[in-house]
Design a protein around this ligand. Structure first.
Ligand SMILES: [Zn+2]
Length: 472
């Protein structure tokens, strides 16, 4: 990988007082330009205004550092002949999409804190971790080059988290010839042998069903801090999964939550990182990019992540039923799904999709999306005598859209599902009622479960519905 035009970014930690990082960038131009900081990060479809974490922004001209002025909330004017741009960024947050540092860790998501040139998104990046000792491990999908780490362009650097520390736990395994790495930062870590074996199992199963793995390597970066957190963020050849407090990883519940998130995030390697809605192809980090297809991006992934745990034997049938009951409990108890469709709720994640929001307004792309995915899966199996399933459609979407990197429309998605089901209108009612519409899905769910040999019931307990799935 050689790129004549690359932005060099040097990073060092500031540990006296509130944890911060100082970044110094050299842009390959003498011309004036506006430097942009991303306003959102893929994986969380809302505006996050990362500029709120910037303490200072300066430019160096003729050896003199001066503050840069803003042209918009997220852009700074860089004058002609600026030799370097230097900024200080708050680095005290340890979730799966943030940036945090300490005596024993440097954890960076460039999409929070890296500037880019909006007119030159093809420029590469050369990242130098100035104060990371040579005996630390550096976990990242970026390409090493001497003392630096290289990214091809803006899309690549913004998709490439870096986790460095003196005591990262590390294991690796191979699936379909591809090297997979597991890295863990945290005081307490899960049962190593079981953890690696389960990763191997769900990885083998997913690759078998897609036919190939889309990246030359893959890194699971686990951040297990001593605070309450639980989620993951997907990247093309990496995922970051955060769970805390770290001791939770040694409980059965915490262990299975990590494995559940890991299977979900690996599935994203195909679905959303490559099979991707047109609105996010490529990502525009400078503005909100609403899409109605969150039910594919997150719903299908939520459903498939758990299904592959069952498929690979990590979960037994009862285990899968308990996981799906959790989703169904959230589904039936949320009246918002009867007010705003999951497609409209997807578009609106940019308003309040990751907060409770006003009561009864909206559905969840994860929950309602997973329920819809299950109904689509059963419909395709019913119509094809179980010769095909939703996974057959996802593999086709990977081959027709993901691999050639063609952004997907709603019409594309439903056309492929219908094609796999064997009729051009095979799933039209599901789309009308449960993707674009707000119909109650209960009767359809009971019937789909029954077809699967399962009995779905619900009872009212303390003012809430509780669902039970059991063998019929
Ligand atoms: Zn996800």
């Amino acid at each position: 990988m050689s790129n004549a035009s690359a932005i060099t970014v040097r990073i060092k930690r500031i540990l006296n007082g509130a944890p911060r990082i100082e970044l110094t960038a050299t842009f390959p131009t003498d011309e004036a330009f506006e430097a942009q900081l991303p306003i959102w990060r893929p994986g969380r479809y809302e505006v996050q205004n990362f500029a709120q974490f910037v303490y200072s922004m300066e430019g160096c001209v003729a050896g003199k550092w001066r503050p840069l002025s803003k042209t918009t909330l997220h852009r700074w004017q860089v004058p002609a002949n600026t030799e370097s741009v230097r900024w200080v960024f708050h680095a005290n947050t340890f979730n799966a999409g943030s940036t945090g540092v300490g005596e024993d860790v440097l954890y960076i998501n460039p999409v929070n804190c890296f500037l880019y040139h909006p007119g030159h998104e093809e420029w590469g990046y050369r990242v130098v971790l100035d104060d990371v000792p040579t005996d630390w491990s550096v976990a990242t999908g970026l390409t090493p080059d001497g003392d630096a780490w290289l990214a091809r362009d803006v899309q690549h650097i913004m998709d490439s988290p870096i986790l460095a520390g003196p005591e990262l736990w590390h294991a690796n395994y191979t699936s379909n010839g591809v090297p997979f790495h597991i890295w863990i930062y945290g005081k307490h870590t899960p049962d190593a042998e079981r953890f690696v074996r389960e990763h191997q199992d769900f990885t083998d199963a997913q690759i078998a069903h897609f036919g190939s793995f889309p990246a030359p390597h893959f890194h699971f970066l686990y951040v297990l801090p001593e605070l309450e957190v639980r989620h993951g963020v997907e990247h093309e050849d990496t995922t970051v999964i955060a769970q805390g407090p770290s001791a939770k990883s040694q409980t059965e519940e915490g262990h299975m939550e990590l494995i559940g998130i890991a299977s979900h995030e690996l599935y994203h390697c195909w679905n959303v990182k490559r099979i991707r809605p047109a609105e996010w192809t490529p990502y525009d980090f400078s503005r909100a990019c609403p899409s109605r297809m969150g039910y594919m991006a997150e719903g299908v992934t939520t459903y498939m992540g758990d299904l592959f745990l069952f498929e690979s034997g990590v979960l037994d049938l009862a285990g899968w039923c308990r996981e799906f009951e959790k989703l169904l409990n959230r589904h039936v108890n949320n009246s918002g799904r009867l007010n705003l469709s999951v497609a409209d709720s997807s578009f609106d994640t940019w308003l309040d999709g990751y907060a409770a929001g006003i009561p009864g307004r909206k559905g969840s792309i994860y929950v309602e999306g997973a329920v819809l995915a299950f109904l689509c899966d059963v419909r395709i199996m019913q119509l094809t005598g179980s010769e095909a399933s939703l996974q057959t459609a996802m593999r086709l979407l990977w081959e027709q859209f993901g691999e050639p990197r063609i952004g997907l429309t709603e019409t594309d998605y439903w056309s492929v599902l219908n094609e796999v089901a064997g009729a051009p209108d095979a799933l039209d009612d599901l789309r009308r009622d449960f993707a674009d519409g707000t119909d109650d899905s209960w009767d359809a769910l009971v019937a789909a479960m029954e077809w699967q040999g399962l009995k779905l019931t619900k009872t009212r307990v303390d003012g809430l519905w509780r669902t039970v799935i059991e063998p019929a």
